[in-house]
Ligand binder design. Structure first.
Ligand SMILES: Cc1cc2nc3c(=O)[nH]c(=O)nc-3n(C[C@H](O)[C@H](O)[C@H](O)COP(=O)(O)OP(=O)(O)OC[C@H]3O[C@@H](n4cnc5c(N)ncnc54)[C@H](O)[C@@H]3O)c2cc1C
Length: 149
């Protein structure tokens, strides 16, 4: 019969086991960062090839109009691209692309965060403006509101 083990004891044991493993010759490779694999279709080289919605690359036509957020204080924070997904398939494509290429990604709904959290330097802003559909299921009493609404 197995003895019951509480959460604290389990974590201590598991942590000790992990340390034992890391102390072996494989420790170095165990600590090496691993780029996550992206199961599914092939990842294209360009973000625009991974989604239907428009991708405004930094310096391209229209970019200067779409990258700033509400607060001008953050105008100096310039992403490398602003992508406007049309649906969840586009979001999935953009996330897979960003993971595969190691590019930081930031979601933006309204862009009103006081702290400027919906922008970033160098990475890609996923601007959800076009995902603004609102549907109401009256029988279920459920409204589904797109993040860009
Ligand atoms: C003038 C003004 C008045 C305000 N008044 C109020 C107020 O009365 N009460 C109040 O509570 N707040 C208020 N705020 C703060 C603001 O409304 C909140 O910060 C709000 O959460 C911003 O929403 P947003 O969609 O613009 O977020 P964004 O700025 O787009 O994003 C905020 C953060 O959420 C993340 N994010 C955005 N969308 C998604 C998504 N779909 N999935 C996952 N992560 C996402 C972003 O990456 C970012 O980290 C005010 C802000 C301003 C500028």
């Amino acid at each position: 019969m197995t003895a019951p083990i509480d959460r604290r004891a389990f974590l201590s044991t598991a942590g000790a086991a992990g340390l034992t493993l890391l102390a072996g010759p494989e420790a170095a490779s165990a600590l090496r960062p691993v780029r996550p694999s992206c199961p599914g279709p092939r990842i294209p080289r360009k973000l625009q090839q991974a989604m239907r919605g428009h991708v405004f690359d930094r310096g391209s036509r229209g970019f200067s109009a779409v990258y700033p957020v509400f607060n001008e204080r953050f105008d100096y924070v310039v992403p490398r691209a602003v992508a406007r997904p049309l649906d969840t398939n586009d979001v999935r494509g953009a996330v897979r692309w960003a993971v595969a290429h190691g590019v930081p990604l930031r979601a933006r709904s309204g862009g009103h965060s006081y702290a400027g959290y919906s922008t970033l330097t160098g990475g890609v802003v996923l601007d959800l403006l076009r995902m603004n559909r609102v549907t109401v299921d009256r029988r279920a009493g459920i409204a589904t509101i797109g993040a860009g609404a």
